[in-house]
Design a protein around this ligand. Structure first.
Ligand SMILES: Nc1ncnc2c1ncn2[C@@H]1O[C@H](COP(=O)(O)OP(=O)(O)OP(=O)(O)O)[C@@H](O)[C@H]1O
Ligand SMILES: [Mg+2]
Length: 371
């Protein structure tokens, strides 16, 4: 079965970050978004990410994406999945968000997600290796959310139950409640969803690992990489919750579970975050994202949309070449840059250059005028 290419043909924004309005068409292949600092390059590709994933790649607070002073933010896209035309729409307001797919509103965002696929490369990716476990959990969760709506549902249920269990633990800590039966019920439900999340995340890392190791080797000439999913619960989650119950009550919070899990990268016995060079760290983050593209191809039979935020300016010529060679030539790609010199040596055809200034389009070129 041939792969289904996904692409955004046309995008409209209203009150999204600095954009009051934007109306722009894209090339099915390479789109270069060029502009000085703080003109709206990242915001543009963030909106594409958000339309597909229903979340930003750079903030967990949705309301920050609404234009300062505006009530709501709206994104609309005409897209294609293979030969099928589809319409995507997201509305963010202070009350929450709504998503429409082919003009039909989805009551549950988990049902909307997974219709299209996108992989973002951003400067923040270095934090995948260097940052806290929360960054790695978010990467895994956002990646799996595009694959499987059950995963999104399990995650939502888990978070809701975790909040309820923590509230009950706080009451018991303050001796406002001694309802052990309620605590047991919450613990049981929490472990039900938690175990599903742990299993799926572990499987995902195991599936991703060989590809990451291979790509990392080709990007960095280092072959000793290992990746391990590290759940905070090693064996049975229900038993672990029971074992930690007194501690949880004393602290008023749940101390074990997937909300405390991590994923570690090793060179031999040492963590990459402690002994990896800057170049190796960057190569590892690129390898993770490239492996994710591969994963969507294998699992979903799709060529995802690829977003590259400021990636080329950080790489030397050789690594730029290596990265471009590894990217799918068929994919729709969006790349941002402040300087066309960063990319002009590589890209020759099928390019659309979109010049952005203060949240408006200053010029569009498809004939190599800028190059
Ligand atoms: N909710 C918002 N309302 C209005 N303006 C915003 C909002 N969020 C961000 N901005 C502003 O939008 C501008 C553009 O930000 P963006 O990150 O898209 O720039 P950029 O072109 O990617 O810049 P750089 O080259 O520095 O990465 C910034 O000045 C930022 O302060
Ligand atoms: Mg930017």
């Amino acid at each position: 079965m041939s792969l289904q290419k996904q692409q955004i043909d046309h995008l409209k924004l209203k009150n999204f970050r600095l954009y009051e309005t934007l109306d722009v068409s894209f090339s099915p292949y390479i789109n270069v978004i060029i502009g000085d600092n703080a003109q709206g390059k990242t915001s543009l590709i963030e909106s594409v990410f958000c339309l597909i994933v229903t979340k930003s790649h750079r903030t967990t607070v949705d309301s920050t994406m609404i234009k300062e002073g505006a009530e709501f933010s709206k994104m609309t896209a005409s897209a294609k999945k293979g030969a099928t035309a589809v319409e995507l729409e997201m509305i963010l307001s202070r009350e929450g968000k709504k998503a429409r797919y082919n003009h039909v509103e989805y009551q549950r965002l988990s049902d909307f997600m997974g219709q299209m696929h996108v992989v973002m490369f951003a400067p923040e990716d270095l934090m995948l290796v260097k940052g806290s476990p929360a960054v790695r959990r978010r990467f895994i969760d956002l990646s799996l959310s595009q694959l499987n709506r059950h995963y999104v549902y399990h995650l939502t249920q888990y978070r809701k139950l975790l909040k309820e269990r923590n509230e009950q633990l706080k009451k018991m800590q303050k001796k406002q409640s001694d309802d052990r039966v309620l605590l047991d019920v919450l613990s049981e439900q929490l472990s039900h969803y938690g175990q599903k999340i742990i299993d799926r995340r572990r499987q995902f890392i195991e599936q991703l690992k060989p590809t990451v190791v291979n790509i990392f080797k080709s990007l960095s000439d280092t072959s000793m990489l290992d990746i391990q999913y590290e759940p905070s619960v090693q064996a049975d989650f229900t038993k672990a919750l029971k074992a930690k119950e007194s501690l949880d009550i004393a602290l008023g919070t749940t101390t074990v579970g997937p909300h405390r899990d991590d994923c570690l990268f090793y060179f031999g016995h040492h963590e990459v975050k402690t002994i990896g060079s800057q170049g190796q760290t960057r190569a590892l983050t690129l390898a993770l994202k490239l492996a994710l593209i591969d994963y969507y191809k294998q699992e979903k039979n799709v060529i995802p949309i690829i977003l590259l935020d400021d990636v080329f300016s950080e790489l030397d010529q050789t690594h730029q070449h290596n990265l471009l060679a590894l990217l799918d030539q068929e994919a729709q790609i969006f790349m941002t840059t402040t300087d066309l010199n960063n990319i002009q040596n590589h890209a020759q055809h099928n390019i659309k250059v979109i010049q952005i200034n203060q949240g408006t389009i200053k010029g569009v070129d498809t004939h190599g005028k800028y190059l």
